[in-house]
Design a protein around this ligand. Structure first.
Ligand SMILES: Nc1nc2c(c(=O)[nH]1)N[C@H]1C(S)=C(S)[C@@H](COP(=O)(O)O)O[C@H]1N2
Ligand SMILES: [Mo]
Length: 498
């Protein structure tokens, strides 16, 4: 009874939806792999420990040396990649991320529809093994192939046992694994669910696992395509493309299949070229889709991080060069006794707060993980004033929706480094103006005398060397209008929970 059912199913071949979804999957998977390589290249080092300490990586795919004789920042470690491999190529972390999150939304959507249809149509019975005998059978098939034989046609129903295991593994294990390890690198998710993060061994181990998932997927694609070719290319393309077994349609199927593959490759090429020619347009267009992920995540997540003192990173990486201005040098020479944090803009009570006044306010301590957009992370203990207290004191006007954090330092274009934060993020429990790091006054390179900590966001939002906090109802009139130095210059996204 069961076997006749399978035979009938097999004789149904590949339904149209399955063939279309296979193609859609291929298209978005290609984008994910390409943009994934782009993202990886912004810090091509992988760790199993939580601290990203230079020298402790288990994999390093760069020859760039880490300078020993002068201060260096992690932005220097970004490696450009050819557009043959990466989307969009070059050193374009921001745009690569836009492509990655754009593709992931559609890839997951396609996957969900696929799984629903799989079960709704009974198609699952030939994908999901229902008996343990699949394992010895798959071994048998493996031995057959490895000794350069092809199993008899009767063993394909429509897949041979090894093939069925591999496909089921990719769909139900590798796919979810990539989603989980991807999510495990999001600062917002990590901050909201510290236990989930711990389960994966932390962000660095999630990043390493995500990379190994990529390697496994590429290995699968290589074997899969090789098998399609060696077990009868025209015949197989006929099934995959047209669901036909007639020799008459083989030519058409091969032509159509290769044509679509070529079109997809051309799309990758042209869209990469377009992205780099019109980065701002790409940032906006793809950003519309990314925002569907980023905004709700920012709204619902709060930081609940509470690492133990023993988790504190022995070495905390640095990004962004300290200020070079005379004004800052003078402040620093005088140990910031003349420093005044300016709080103004759309507020009822503009403030000027000296360090002594900040120290006198009720302080908060937190041991949290810092997540740089480039992929590294580090854990430190921070002490400072919750932004909520500053908000209570200055009382933003009802129309104020954002705060612009101005700094003493320069961004990569030589202008003031600034970042815009949504007010709701600043009211979060672990959002503080930090003036101490690991029980010491904030070191120069980490933002002396005051820097922002907003623990559901990526590191670039956490402005160091803060000069002024300006409340505003809009940010689009500021500089390039994207909501921060990194958004303006590097096409990062304004709300950065992933
Ligand atoms: N003023 C200023 N703040 C900045 C930056 C910068 O370049 N200038 N870099 C940001 C980035 S990208 C990161 S990852 C963190 C790094 O903080 P750290 O140097 O204390 O590790 O600072 C953020 N704040
Ligand atoms: Mo960063």
């Amino acid at each position: 009874m069961h076997t006749t059912f399978l035979v009938i199913l097999a004789s149904l071949g590949f339904p149209g939806w399955l063939r279309v979804q296979h193609l859609i999957n291929l298209f978005f998977m290609g984008l994910l792999i390409r943009s994934g390589i782009q993202i990886f290249a912004s810090y091509p080092r992988l760790y199993w420990n939580r601290h990203s300490t230079p020298g402790t990586e288990w994999l390093k795919i760069t020859r760039k040396p880490i300078p020993q004789d002068r201060p260096w920042i992690t932005l220097d470690q970004e490696v450009p990649v050819t557009a043959w491999l990466a989307q969009p190529g070059g050193d374009n972390l921001g745009l690569g991320r836009h492509w990655h999150f754009f593709a992931v939304l559609f890839w997951v959507l396609n996957g969900v529809i696929y799984v629903i249809l799989l079960f709704a149509t009974g198609e699952w019975t030939r994908l999901i093994p229902t008996s343990w005998t699949i394992f010895p059978a798959a071994w048998h098939t493996f031995v057959t192939y490895i000794t350069f034989h092809v199993p008899p046609a009767s063993e394909f129903r429509p897949y041979d046992p090894l093939q069925q295991l591999a496909y089921a593994g990719v769909v139900f294990i590798l796919g979810p694994f990539l989603i989980i390890t991807g999510a495990g690198q999001s600062p917002a998710i990590e901050a909201q669910f510290p236990h989930f993060s711990r389960l994966l061994g932390g962000r660095q181990s999630a990043r390493s696992l995500h990379f190994l998932g990529l390697v496994a997927f590429i290995a699968f694609i290589i074997v899969h395509v090789t098998m399609v070719i060696v077990t009868g290319f025209a015949h197989n393309m006929n099934s995959i493309v047209l669901d036909s077994t007639s020799a008459d349609t083989e030519g058409e199927a091969v032509g159509l299949g290769l044509g679509v593959l070529a079109a997809i490759c051309i799309f990758y090429g042209i869209s990469s070229w377009w992205t780099r020619r019109n980065p701002r347009q790409a940032q906006h267009a793809l950003g519309k889709v990314d925002h569907l992920l980023m905004m709700p995540l920012a709204r619902v997540t709060k930081s609940h991080q509470d690492y133990a003192p023993k988790d504190i990173s022995p070495f905390f990486l640095v990004n962004g060069h300290p200020p070079v201005s005379k004004e800052y040098a003078q402040l620093r020479a005088n140990r910031f006794q003349d420093y005044e944090l300016v709080v103004d803009g759309m507020v009822k009570h503009p403030l000027r707060l000296s360090l002594t006044q900040l120290y006198a306010m009720e302080a908060q301590e937190q041991i949290t993980q810092h997540n740089c957009i480039q992929g590294w992370s580090g854990i430190a203990k921070w002490r400072g004033v919750p932004m909520q207290y500053i908000i209570n004191r200055c009382e933003p006007l009802p129309e104020a929706k954002y705060a612009v954090f101005h700094s003493y330092s320069e961004d990569t274009t030589g202008r003031e480094f600034y970042e815009v934060l949504d007010l709701n993020l600043l009211r979060h429990p672990q959002c503080i103006l930090a003036y101490e790091m690991n029980d010491q006054p904030l070191p120069l390179e980490h933002g002396a005398p005051v820097r922002l900590r907003v623990e559901t966001q990526l590191g670039f939002k956490m402005v160091k060397w803060i000069r002024e906090i300006e409340f505003t109802d809009d940010y689009r009139h500021i500089r390039e209008g994207e909501g921060g130095s990194r958004e303006d210059n590097k096409y990062y996204e304004r709300v950065a929970g992933i």
